[in-house]
Design a binder for this molecule. Sequence first.
Ligand SMILES: NC(=O)c1ccc[n+]([C@@H]2O[C@H](COP(=O)([O-])OP(=O)(O)OC[C@H]3O[C@@H](n4cnc5c(N)ncnc54)[C@H](O)[C@@H]3O)[C@@H](O)[C@H]2O)c1
Length: 390
Amino acid sequence: MKSKITRNEFIDRGSKLMMAGILAPFISEGSELFLADRKIKIGLIGCGSVSGVYLPHLSKSPYVELVSVCDIIPERAKKRASEFKVPNYYSHIDQLLAGAPFDLMINLTNMQEHGRLNKQALIARKHVWSEKPMANTYQEGKELLDFATKQGVRIWGAPAVVNSPQFAFMSKAIQDGKLGKVSAAHAHYGHLGPTWSPFFYERGGGSLPDLGVYNIATLTGLLGPAKSVMAMTSIVTPERIVDDKGKIKVVAEDNAMVLMEHANGIISHVQCGFNYFDPYGHEGEGQEKPTISIWGTKGNMNLIGYDWAPFGVDMATAENEAIVRYVKDAGTYVWEQGASVIAESLVNSTEPLIAAEHALHVLEIIEAARASQATGNRIALKSRFKYPVV
Ligand SMILES: NC(=O)c1ccc[n+]([C@@H]2O[C@H](COP(=O)([O-])OP(=O)(O)OC[C@H]3O[C@@H](n4cnc5c(N)ncnc54)[C@H](O)[C@@H]3O)[C@@H](O)[C@H]2O)c1
């Protein structure tokens, strides 16, 4: 992210952007003062588990003003409003959009609700940061992105893995040829599955959009867009007990193996599931093993920790065969930073590393993996994104 600009540069850039119509949705009772003191006004929808991690990060951001929170379970919205001193709370998106004005909607609701709610926000000309997935299908996501452009606003989707310094190190090592010719990569992520909400196991949920999404974003970010996908998915635990609903039938995959074909003959593999014993649990506390490996003709690289919580990259090369651990510090990177980073980029009018096209590509891969399982076929992909990311 570009460092802060001066007040004059900021006002100048703001005037230019206004003239270009880019900041049009921001101009309400606008004035020079309004621009100079710019913070992005936030309306957050979905006050469940992940909001408890997002809100502390957003509260600390100098680029953010928390305006409203919303949840269909009104007590949850009320609780978050009081915990984080948010002046307004609502129990329906219609009230949120008609209520106190804001610029960016952060969508932290059930996965199945994302497409519909994101569309409503775009109709109201709000920018959108959406937890994964950005939409329920690739087609729906593509339509949302096109619609956002038409509305003069932006939409982005989680995850934020490309922001970590470990990702940047690995990407640069590959781009600089430190590994020689890269041919193969593997990534994995799993635990025993969330226990607090049924939507993870219902149609439109599953271990691919909840877990595999991180590894797919990392591997495509490092190796380039996938051209085709073959996969197997399954359900290993057909019934689960979850809070609120008791015993439920599992409909979405809880076990997945995905093979991706990238350019230049590179093949990568992602495995994810809700049936992995993992001594580090859902929080990943203390995880110190590699979860992402990349092999080349002149070097190998392993990401230590998860890509959403990394703390090192082990690399051995032909020039230096002993494994060395690089980038032991993630700096300011945390997985929950996505919406705060987007607010910062909107204020400074810089382009974030996170790209909606990348999130859509990941969504197309997830869909293709399911199509491959259903048909037994290799599925060709059409979407692309700007590569290399860094
Ligand atoms: N929990 C995590 O650690 C975590 C981490 C990263 C990403 N995520 C993602 O965040 C999203 C939410 O996950 P969660 O674990 O917080 O789930 P959750 O069930 O704890 O919270 C979801 C909340 O959204 C509310 N909601 C559902 N539909 C709504 C609607 N139409 N309008 C308003 N509110 C609505 C629910 O009442 C609930 O409070 C998912 O996309 C998930 O994949 C979760």
